[in-house]
Ligand binder design. Structure first.
Ligand SMILES: C[S@@+](CC[C@H](N)C(=O)[O-])C[C@H]1O[C@@H](n2cnc3c(N)ncnc32)[C@H](O)[C@@H]1O
Length: 352
C-alpha cells in the first residue's frame, strides 16, 4: 500500500467514491506523493521511454517542421515556441539545435513550457534555461504560436462511463476490505455524451477528458487570431471505445489501483474530441507517426547520422529508427494531428 493509497482510502471513507479522473489527478500530480511530482520516470531506469528519449531525430524533425510552418506564414517576430509537458526537456533541446541554422528563427522564438511538476521543471531548466514556465496554457503570450505536445494529452485525467440504456453509469474508485476498487454510479443522462449514444450499446465504456476542451480551445484561439501551428502527437485514435486506462511500472503493465503515485497512468487520446474544439482553426488528417516522420525525411537523417557510428552504437541507432517508425512498434500506435490557421497551409508532413 502506498502513502497516497492511504490518503485516498481516508478521503473515500469520509466523502464516498471518487471519479477515475479525480483518482488519476491525485495519482499523477499530488504535490507530495504524485507520480510526476516526485520522480523522473523516463528512460531505462524509469517506467517508460518516449520518442524524444529514443532518438534525437524525433525532436530535430519536429523542429524543422515547426520552422517551416513559421517560414510559410511569413516568419512572424516574435513567435512563441511552446511545449506542453516537456518531460526532461529533450525534445525542445533537439528542436533548438536543429533550427539553429534557420535564418531569424532563434532571434524571433521565445520558448515557453507548460509543466506542473516542480521536479521535471528543474530537469527542463538544466536543458533549456531560457524557457518561461506556465502552470496552464491560458497564460501563454498573445502572439503567433508554434506548439508541440508529445505524450501530454494521454496523461490528462479521464472520466469513464458505461452505457446503460439511454443513460450512463460513471466508473468510480471506491473501497472494499481496505483496498481501492472500481464500482459504478447510478445511471444518469449526460448531455456531453449525447453524441456517443450513436455507435454504442448497453455495457460499452466511453471516456471523456474534462480538461481537453479548454486546453485545445485556448491553443486554437491563439492560432486563429495570431497565426502559428500546433503539433499534437500521442497514442490513441479518432474515437476510442472501451477501457483504455493503463498503468505502467518498470516498463511493464500494472494494476491501475495497486500503487497510486508509483505507477504511470495514461489513457488513449480521443482525437475526435480534439477536432471538436478547434474553433476557427483547421485540423489536419490524423496521420500515423511512422508516415509523418518518413515524410519529414527521417530515413535520410538516419543514414547521415549512421555514417559516424559503428558496432553497438550503430545497432542502437538502427533500432531507434525502427522503433520510432515501424508499424509494429511506435509507428502506427502513435498518431499526429496539427492545428493551423484557415488562411495557411498545413505544417509539412501532414495533409489537410
Ligand atoms: C508522459 S510525459 C511526456 C514528456 C515529454 N513530452 C516526452 O515526450 O518525453 C507527460 C508530461 O506532461 C506533464 N504533465 C502532465 N499533466 C500535466 C498538466 N495537467 N499540466 C502540465 N503538465 C502536465 C508531466 O509532468 C510530463 O512532463
Amino acid at each position: 500500500m502506498t502513502a497516497l493509497a492511504d490518503l485516498l482510502l481516508a478521503r473515500i471513507a469520509r466523502d464516498g467514491p471518487v471519479s477515475v479522473a479525480s483518482f488519476m489527478a491525485e495519482a499523477l500530480m499530488h504535490p507530495v506523493h504524485g507520480y510526476y511530482a516526485t520522480r523522473d520516470p523516463f528512460g531505462a531506469a524509469g517506467d517508460f521511454t518516449t520518442a524524444p528519449e529514443i532518438s534525437q531525430m524525433f525532436g530535430e524533425l519536429i523542429g524543422l517542421a515547426l520552422a517551416q510552418a513559421w517560414l510559410d506564414q511569413g516568419a512572424p517576430d516574435p513567435v512563441t515556441l511552446a511545449e506542453l509537458g516537456p518531460g526532461r526537456g529533450t525534445l525542445m533541446a533537439d528542436v533548438l539545435r536543429s533550427t539553429a541554422a534557420v535564418p531569424g528563427f532563434h532571434a524571433a522564438a521565445r520558448v515557453h513550457f507548460v509543466e506542473t511538476s516542480p521536479h521535471l521543471r528543474a530537469l527542463q531548466a538544466a536543458r533549456v534555461p531560457q524557457a518561461t514556465w506556465h502552470d496552464r496554457v491560458d497564460t501563454l503570450p498573445e502572439a503567433p504560436l508554434l506548439l508541440v505536445a508529445n505524450e501530454f494529452f494521454d496523461a490528462l485525467p479521464i472520466r469513464q462511463f458505461v452505457r446503460a440504456s439511454a443513460g450512463w453509469r460513471e466508473r468510480m474508485v471506491g473501497a472494499q476490505d481496505g483496498q481501492l476498487c472500481f464500482g459504478l454510479s447510478e445511471a444518469t443522462s449526460l448531455a456531453m455524451l449525447a453524441d456517443r449514444l450513436g455507435g454504442t450499446q448497453d455495457g460499452d465504456m466511453v471516456e471523456h477528458c474534462p480538461a481537453l476542451p479548454g486546453i485545445i480551445g485556448t491553443i486554437a484561439d491563439r492560432i486563429a487570431r495570431h497565426g502559428g501551428a500546433a503539433l499534437i502527437i500521442d497514442y490513441g485514435d479518432w474515437q476510442s471505445l472501451g477501457d483504455t486506462l493503463q498503468a505502467l511500472a518498470g516498463h511493464a503493465p500494472a494494476d491501475p489501483l495497486a500503487a497510486p503515485g508509483h505507477a504511470d497512468l495514461t489513457a488513449h487520446v480521443d482525437f475526435a474530441a480534439i477536432a471538436a474544439h478547434i474553433g476557427n482553426t483547421r485540423h489536419t488528417r490524423l496521420t500515423s507517426q511512422g508516415v509523418f516522420l518518413e515524410r519529414l525525411g527521417i530515413t535520410a537523417r538516419a543514414r547521415k547520422l549512421a555514417t559516424g557510428l559503428t558496432g553497438a552504437a550503430l545497432d542502437a541507432h538502427v533500432a531507434a529508427h525502427r522503433r520510432l517508425t515501424h508499424p509494429a512498434e511506435m509507428g502506427d500506435l502513435f498518431k499526429v494531428m496539427a492545428l493551423y490557421p484557415a488562411t495557411a497551409m498545413p505544417p509539412p508532413g501532414l495533409d489537410p
